[in-house]
Ligand binder design. Structure first.
Ligand SMILES: Cc1cc2nc3c(=O)[nH]c(=O)nc-3n(C[C@H](O)[C@H](O)[C@H](O)COP(=O)(O)O)c2cc1C
Ligand code: SF4
Length: 450
């Protein structure tokens, strides 16, 4: 059972719902009548009957909505790219994979607010001229799959999706597809290949999916949380959305706070909320222990120290600090955590999950993981910190997909913010947190080659 963390009453909740769009919290998520009474599908009606595709897309552009799948790309720009392709078959795909093992926001959204996603996807499909819409959901999320299947069936029965949307004569055929695989499956080109039943490795971009996506056709791919914001924007208007959160990336985000906090859970917060406030929503660090680091952005995220807890949660500020939004996971580490240990485990995970198609990623991440491993196990060489920095710099920028650029994050931020602790391991054979074992205690200069 997911805990939804309480947030100040004044904070708007376009995603989790506060009515009028969507259904009231606690209602049966598959109850279409209740959802419609609470405002669901008002956005679709307005987009189709009042605005039309051009104005709907213009509203989205003015709202400043950026994709919530991690990269923060302006949503309307993608819509225009897909809509601008030559006439023919186009697709709209909702990415409900949620690769991050510490993630859970997408699952909650799909399970609790399926109509908001169905409606957002229908508006998007109509706006870009896609007659086929696919909800691609992680197969392990049986609850989310069931909720979306019920929602699509009910919406089709009521004429909100299907062959003749709201009597307009325009079709949006919507299907729920389950996809199963490893971490990389959340990456959009891998997801599209999975939907085609092909082996999941990223494709070189460009061409982007907006030009050449599912079955080689122009495809709009959005994270489910991006789509769920669309009905709210269409109903309330661009200005209302822009008024929420950080002006550069307005709106709200779903965050999943876990690790050493008193009450792990999910919260919807305006962009620009500080990391400290987010941790505070989860009751702060458990047992009153000191905050040591916050892992922001999942396994390839950044380890930000306590003195950066004032960092606002936005795409730009997190990126500048060495972290990223990712799927919205915020993992709290207290003073008992060893940064070397945590960073090497995360790097190992990222190396294991890399698909192997690009050499700097396949070999570079593996080497970084091995170095992290030997630092943690007392076998470090004095040059290891420099080697990590060099490898990290070489890997970034030679990527086929964003995994390579992101996956150096834990060790890179470890080096940037926790260098004394890393040097303690490398040069003094000490693990200040007492986690790494065995760590050889040797005098400086007697270590391998030193
Ligand atoms: C390694 C990797 C994993 C990803 N996993 C996900 C994921 O689980 N869910 C998701 O929506 N986007 C994921 N993305 C981002 C997608 O490739 C894509 O940018 C996103 O679905 C586009 O949606 P948006 O415009 O709404 O952000 C991942 C990207 C990378 C590089
Ligand atoms: S960068 Fe890494 S994960 Fe991405 S395609 Fe290359 S090997 Fe695969």
């Amino acid at each position: 059972m997911t805990t939804i963390l309480s947030t100040p009453a004044a904070w708007p909740r376009p995603l989790l719902g506060e009515t009028p769009v969507g259904h009231a919290p606690g209602a049966d998520p598959a109850d279409l009548d209740a959802a419609v009474r609470a405002g669901a599908f008002a956005g679709l009606t307005r987009a189709l009957q009042d605005l039309g595709a051009t104005l709907t897309t213009a509203t989205l552009a003015e709202s400043g909505l950026r994709g919530r799948g991690g990269a923060g790309f302006p949503a309307a720009q993608k819509w225009r790219a897909v809509a601008g392709t030559p006439d023919g078959v186009r697709y709209a795909v909702a990415n409900g994979y949620e690769a991050d093992p510490a993630g859970g926001t997408n699952r909650h959204l799909m399970t609790a607010r399926p109509f908001a996603i169905v409606e957002g996807l229908a508006i998007a499909a109509l706006s870009v001229g896609a007659e086929e819409a696919v909800l691609a959901v992680r197969a392990e999320y049986a609850d989310a799959v069931a909720a979306l299947e019920l929602a699509v069936a009910a919406a089709e029965e009521a004429g909100y999706v299907g062959e003749d949307v709201l009597g307009s004569g325009r079709p949006v055929r919507m299907t729920v597809r389950t996809v199963q695989g490893a971490y990389m499956l959340g990456e959009e080109t891998v997801l599209l290949k999975a939907l085609e039943g092909r082996r999941g490795q990223p494709e070189q971009r460009p061409p982007y999916p907006s030009e050449r996506g599912l079955w080689g056709r122009p495809t709009l791919v959005h994270n489910v949380a991006t789509l769920a914001a669309v009905p709210w924007i269409v109903v309330h208007g661009a200005d209302a959305y822009r008024a929420i959160g950080d002006p550069d990336a307005p709106g709200t985000v779903l965050v999943q706070v876990s690790g050493a906090v008193a009450t792990p859970g999910i919260a919807e917060v305006p962009t620009g909320t500080s990391l400290a406030e987010i941790v505070g929503l989860a009751g702060g660090v458990a047992n009153g222990r000191p905050l040591k680091a916050v892992l922001v952005g999942g396994p390839s995220g950044g380890l930000l120290p306590a003195n950066l807890a004032t960092t606002p949660y936005t795409f730009g500020t997190l990126r500048a600090a060495g972290a990223h939004v990712g799927s919205g996971s915020v993992v709290v580490a207290d003073d008992r955590t060893c940064i070397v240990d945590l960073a090497r485990l995360l790097t190992r995970y990222c190396a294991d999950e890399a698909c192997g198609k690009t050499i700097p990623c396949r070999i570079g991440l593996r080497r970084m993981s091995e170095i992290g491993e030997r630092i943690a196990t007392g076998l470090a060489r004095p040059t290891d910190a420099q080697l990590l920095a060099d490898l990290g710099a070489d890997i970034v920028g030679s990527a086929l997909c964003d995994h390579e650029r992101l996956a150096t994050g834990p060790l890179a931020t470890g080096m940037r913010y926790f260098r004394p602790e890393i040097d303690d391991h490398i040069l003094r054979g000490l693990c200040p947190a007492g986690v790494c074992t065995p760590v050889e205690v040797v005098a400086v200069g007697t270590r391998h080659g030193g």
